[in-house]
Design a protein around this ligand. Sequence first.
Ligand code: G
Ligand code: G
Ligand code: MN
Ligand code: NA
Length: 254
Amino acid sequence: MLIESALRRAVKHQELEVYLQPQVNQHHEVVAGELLLRWTDPDLGSISPAEFIPIAEASGLIIPLGAWVIEQACRTLRDWQTIDALKHIPLAVNISPRQFRHGGFVTQVEHCLREAKLPAGMLELEITEGMLIDNVDVTVKRMYKLGDLGVRFSLDDFGTGYASLAYLKQLPLYQLKIDQSFVRDMLTDVNDDVITQTILGLGRNLNLSVIAEGVETVKQRDHLQAMGCTKFQGFLFGKPAPIAEWQARLLESA
Ligand code: G
Ligand code: G
Ligand code: MN
Ligand code: NA
């Protein structure tokens, strides 16, 4: 309750921050970014989204908060359209189930995209398998509507949920994100290695992009690359940092 009221105030006064974590190709070039919320309360200190997102979901605060993150994404993308070194970098936003199911969601995204005048494919939404269990028909319809607006979808934490593989061919998906738990244990646990390999094969056969998350070591990167993985995200390539900080770094290295 304490966290909820502090969060309510923080959302109202826009006191949360949006961080960016880069996603790279096999040449370590930044090809996209994921936006991740950060929140430091003056009294409670820094609170992880793993803790406050579920509270935002349960309380409904995720609706204004989630809308704000999408707005930040579209604004950043709009600014980047005028900068050659940045204009080809799409941004991904994590979408929680309640946010996606909210009646105004498609209209909100449409509005942000229209204001920012973005080329198709620049805004990516990360959804989880959990979203594909209830009300699948509504979810699929909504995904196609958003897809028509030029939005791309990634399936986050792939392999950890309960969704049926049959959905992979029904949904307008662009990418699978191999959950970081598989990448973390891949080199020591043969099961995680086989699962990682299987997801990469699934992507190849279904014509979906696949990105490995949580890549922390060169050994993990090399092993993933040997299995045909061409997209990576993790501390090895860059930690989440404020958008402005990554923007400066990207311009420096351009
Ligand atoms: O960045 P970090 O690993 O601390 O994030 C923890 C969890 O919070 C992850 O599951 C991540 O997807 C989630 N998260 C971070 N930012 C957002 C956001 O803007 N919206 C939603 N729905 N989840 C987020
Ligand atoms: O659930 P989702 O995949 O959106 O969450 C991503 C989370 O993973 C973020 O909180 C981010 O801070 C964290 N993360 C990103 N890269 C790494 C990494 O290399 N190692 C670990 N342990 N966590 C990471
Ligand atoms: Mn994510
Ligand atoms: Na993930």
